[in-house]
Design a protein around this ligand. Structure first.
Ligand SMILES: [Zn+2]
Length: 123
């Protein structure tokens, strides 16, 4: 069972969740159609630099898609962290069972692992 005061972390998680939902909403509104729709628009522009514009449009779109995907993955982790608070196991490393530590939880409130196991799993 976790003994830390979770109110502060729940607040941080909910703030981050709201920020990410806003970001995803913005990205979705920025890119309503498919990439081919977007490229079609560029092609219709009939600009001399059609190939350059297409490359830029592709790059921008891939960047946005990557941002959106990253945001969605973090949203899943935030929901899992909020569930861990409900279950009373928030702040406990899922690998070694030791407390993750206030500093690390303040930096990454949705983290599942202590710094040692994070390093182990990412190396
Ligand atoms: Zn650990």
């Amino acid at each position: 069972m976790s003994t830390i005061d979770t109110a502060e972390y729940r607040k941080k998680l909910e703030e981050e969740k709201a920020r990410l939902l806003h970001a995803v909403d913005f990205l979705v509104r920025e890119n309503p159609g498919s990439i081919s729709d977007e490229l079609g628009e560029v092609a219709e522009g009939g600009t001399d630099n059609h190939l350059g514009d297409t490359a830029t449009a592709m790059y921008d779109r891939e960047l946005d898609d990557g941002l959106e995907e990253g945001a969605r993955e973090t949203l899943v982790e935030i929901d899992a962290a909020l569930q861990r608070i409900e279950d009373g196991v928030y702040g406990i490393c899922e690998v070694c069972g030791k407390p993750i530590g206030a500093e690390r939880l303040s930096a990454i409130p949705w983290t599942r692992l202590c710094i040692d196991d994070q390093r182990r799993t990412s190396s």
